[in-house]
Design a binder for this molecule. Structure first.
Ligand code: PEP
Ligand code: MN
Length: 339
């Protein structure tokens, strides 16, 4: 249920309703909108809930939340959420650009990439230190050493660090170094992991599972939001279909659809979404035309020698050209690209 407070309802009135909601055995999420405050009361629906809340002082209305996801829905919060994590801004007219290699491979590699992408206008640095690889024999990442290299690159450039966390018992370690915790496609439905990142104060980039529906993505986000972490970005990174010319199929309608259903910002990953370097620039531009709030792009100093995902990575020059093209599209959409 959503308890919609009257315009000008006092803090005491809001607090009173929060206590009433919790005494009914429901969880409360207070959302301060520009117009008014609403309190989402989440939990199993009970007959008496509406009656016992509607008479509260300062309450304008009590309405059911129709969507299966609750805190993520536009019903609860009609204003889009803008997320800021260090140098990265995603939403509110700014298209955040997260760029960097698939994997952190060496200090020199991550530092030179950070400097290059920053120069071209990226607002955050990506790089995996813990890598979810299909084969156990593939490069698994530099682990904590990789995190240290990322943190050094942040110190040198000021770029916020986005990096993946794969396991619940590694959340604390990764959160020590990262500005944004990435949940990879393979872990989108690892519910204990979602709860664990929901209990940090770090923003989260939640990637869509390759076979997950949009509702499943939103319900996965709900696990994070339900723990009290409101800083969630949803990432469309392509889904598995019968098409084999591209690594995944990148459905940009997701961006438009999500905008109509959720206040959470959306980030598109054209690198994994296509799996081919030459397809990335135009799909990045198309993502901006579709209204994305952010891009995550794989960039490597020498893609041919990358330890992972080189075939879909841009080199520095290609990244610079991609940014130039994207900036023109962003301008046409009345948005600002990166910094
Ligand atoms: C990545 O970002 O390098 C990655 C592994 O992405 P995904 O989880 O979308 O496959
Ligand atoms: Mn990758």
């Amino acid at each position: 249920m959503i308890v919609v407070m009257k315009k000008g309802a006092t803090d005491e009135e809001v607090q009173h309703i929060v206590q009433r909601v919790e005494s009914l055995g429901l969880k409360s999420h207070v959302i301060h909108g520009t117009e008014r405050t609403v309190i989402a009361a989440i939990g199993e629906k009970r007959e008496q809930t509406k009656e016992s809340l509607i008479s509260g002082a300062g309450v304008a209305d009590v309405v059911p939340i129709l969507a299966p996801y609750k805190v993520a829905s536009l019903e609860v919060k009609p204003e889009p959420t803008c997320i800021q994590a260090g140098s990265l801004v995603v939403g509110a007219g700014t298209v955040g650009v997260i760029a960097g290699p698939c994997s952190v491979e060496s200090e020199e590699q991550i530092l030179s990439t950070a400097e290059a992408v920053k120069k071209s206008g990226a607002t955050a640095l990506r790089g995996g230190a813990f890598k979810p690889r299909t084969s156990p024999y593939s490069f698994q990442g530099l682990k904590e050493k990789g995190l240290q290299f990322l943190a050094n690159a942040r110190d040198a450039t000021g770029l916020a660090v986005v990096t993946e966390v794969m396991a619940t018992d590694e959340v604390e370690l990764v959160a020590k170094y990262a500005d944004v915790l990435q949940i990879g496609a393979r872990n989108m439905q690892n519910y204990r992991l979602l709860e664990a990142v929901g209990n940090t104060d770090r923003a989260v980039l939640l990637k869509r599972g390759a076979s997950a529906t949009i509702d499943e993505l939103l319900l996965a986000a709900e696990y994070i939001l339900n723990e009290g972490n409101s800083q969630v970005m949803l990432c469309e990174r392509g889904i598995r279909t019968f098409e084999s010319h591209t690594r995944f199929t990148l459905p940009l309608a997701t961006v438009v659809y999500l905008r109509q259903k959720t206040h959470l910002p959306v980030v598109v990953d054209p690198s994994h979404g296509t799996g081919h370097t030459e397809l990335v620039p135009d799909m990045a531009a198309a993502s901006i035309a579709a209204g994305t709030d952010g891009l995550i792009l794989e960039v490597h100093p020498n893609p041919e020698e990358a330890l992972s995902d080189g075939y879909q990575s841009l080199n520095f020059e290609q990244f610079e050209e991609t940014m130039q093209q994207c900036r023109r599209i962003a301008e046409a959409m009345d948005r600002q690209l990166g910094s």
